[in-house]
Design a protein around this ligand. Structure first.
Ligand code: DUT
Length: 189
């Protein structure tokens, strides 16, 4: 038996407490609930420890620019020139052990397209949990959409990494699915 507690202002937030641990048919007072939440160490500023290795230790670790930043800015390890309308790869200087339950997503910083004329040709970079061996430096894929060459300097920050909760699933194959809901604008403007 479980008790699910949610807040209306944040409908996606759910804390689930097995009541059996407290005894069947036991209702918790709000004070007891809050002490359990605190005991679960759910805080907004608790940081997860993640193993990281720098390839070039003379460059700084990637960092969060502000207290509220969700992406950490990668620091480019080498100066790389990308020809007009060409693809390139810029080494991000770090190897990261992404924790179980997460993926590491790489995206461009929003300023990069205008400042450098570079896009990420793969849309977002998906960094697997097992891309964490000695040779597995994060690489930033880039596409130079301008008609002149562009140079990314060593130490420059063009991309960011974001840890995102993910799941692998076990397929449950079925013969039929339910009603379609449409898509691609089927609900109107
Ligand atoms: O922007 C990126 C995208 C990927 N990778 C690394 C980490 C990732 O775990 C690995 C493989 O990426 P992905 O699976 O997207 O590429 P693939 O083309 O399927 O290659 P592979 O066959 O090696 O999986 O390459 C990067 O460093 N930067």
């Amino acid at each position: 038996m479980y008790l699910v507690v949610g807040w209306q202002s944040q409908p996606t937030t759910r804390y689930i407490f097995p009541l059996s641990a407290a005894g069947a048919n036991t209702l918790l007072t709000s004070k007891e609930l809050f002490s359990r939440i605190l005991a679960m160490n759910i805080t907004t500023n608790e940081l997860m420890a993640v193993a990281i290795k720098r390839v070039d230790t003379t460059l700084p670790l990637p960092g969060y620019a502000t207290a509220g930043s969700v992406g950490f800015d990668l620091v480019c390890r080498e100066t790389v020139t990308i020809g007009p309308r060409e693809l390139g790869r810029v080494p991000g200087n770090v190897i990261v052990q992404t924790p179980p339950g997460y993926m590491l997503m790489l995206t461009m910083r929003s300023s990069t397209a205008k400042r450098k004329g570079l896009l990420m040709p793969n849309g977002v970079g998906v960094i697997d949990q097992d891309y964490s061996g000695e040779g597995d430096e994060l690489l930033i894929s880039v596409y130079n959409f301008r008609d002149e060459a562009v140079t990314v300097e060593r130490g420059e920050r063009i991309a960011q990494g974001i840890f995102v909760p993910v799941a692998q699933v076990a397929w449950n194959e079925v013969a039929e699915m339910g009603e379609t809901r449409g898509g691609f604008g089927s609900t109107g403007h």
